[in-house]
Unconditional design. Structure first.
Length: 276
């Protein structure tokens, strides 16, 4: 029902981590079906911190048995892509809540237009089955402009780097995002730094949706072990009624709520729960 894009105009701003964290946070806290899509090569981006796919050797030019993006592309080209067979080529991360569409394995040359055509077809089909489709802008994958054009909601990832903040709020936002619904995440957040959320709001007169994801050693270690799935499930299932302010658990809960509200999904879920 909604395509949510995780994007940053700056390298190293935590866009990929934000996508994975948000996917687990929303899937754990809300009764909703989510598809997380890697728009770049397999094993890169959002896949890099998750358990490795069991794909055997990936050094050949073309493999027919792969899943993920390549399978969706083959089905689209053959005219047989639909909501029933798409899910056959995804990897379940949380049963009936969160699936992953892995990135490209084949290194066959495709034009940008062919990739965009596949993206459009994929999103049309995915939205027939999933409530939310989350996409991460991989710098080796689809062009950011093509992804931004398909997004219903954009999660912009920034850090407390003041030069980047100035560039984003004073130039990039008015030029590229003036007509899009968006949420700002400040990643690797240090509460002792001068660039607090309140100071950022005041400095740039920003009244929109904003939240933080703190720098967390546990998450970094889990990502290095490719074990973020287990880490995020433990954090996401912790007691949200009494979270440590500024903790990963509290930040996950807030981020999930704000994105769900921004995408209009909490209203939809409440209607469904009432049987409307």
């Amino acid at each position: 029902m909604s395509n949510i894009l995780f994007w940053s105009p700056f390298a190293g701003s935590g866009s990929t981590s934000s996508a994975v964290i948000s996917a687990y946070a929303m899937a754990l806290q809300y009764r909703t079906r989510i598809l997380l899509v890697n728009t770049g090569p397999a094993e890169s981006g959002i896949e890099a911190s998750l358990p490795s796919i069991e794909s055997g050797h990936t050094d050949s030019l073309f493999r027919f048995e792969e899943g993920g993006w390549d399978a969706a592309e083959r089905l689209h080209i053959s005219g047989s892509l639909n909501k029933h067979n798409l899910r056959d080529y995804t990897k379940p991360l949380l049963q009936e809540r969160l699936d992953l569409l892995t990135g490209r394995i084949n290194r066959m040359e495709r034009s940008q237009k062919e990739h965009v055509d596949t993206l459009k077809a994929l999103l049309n089909v995915a939205n027939e089955y999933y409530d939310l489709v989350l996409l991460d802008v991989d710098r080796d994958g689809l062009d950011a402009a093509a992804l931004l054009a398909q997004a219903d909601y954009v999660v912009v990832n920034l850090t407390q780097n003041m030069r980047d903040l100035e560039l984003f709020f004073e130039q990039i936002r008015p030029e590229r995002l003036s007509n899009q619904n968006m949420h700002v995440v400040i990643n690797k957040y240090d509460p002792q730094a001068r660039a607090t959320v309140n100071n950022i709001r005041r400095r740039f007169r920003y009244k929109g949706s904003i939240s933080i994801l703190p720098y967390t050693t546990g998450f970094l270690d889990a990502a290095n072990r490719r074990d973020t799935a287990a880490y995020l499930q433990l954090e996401g299932l912790s007691d949200s009624r009494d979270p440590r302010k500024g903790s990963m658990a509290a930040s996950m809960a807030e981020l999930a709520r704000l994105i769900m509200d921004g995408a209009g999904m909490r209203t939809v879920l409440k209607r469904l729960e009432r049987g409307a």
